[in-house]
Design a protein. Sequence first.
Length: 44
Amino acid sequence: RQKKAVRIFPRPTSGHLRPVVHCQTLKYNMKLRAGRGFSLEELK
């Protein structure tokens, strides 16, 4: 597992690359959560 992680290093290890975003409502807007994902333009 360690050798594989070193071999594919720049790529994320598991799952999608998700932005950290704030929740929307007044009750939760101080809280951070994982967003839906990046658009293709943002990844370029």
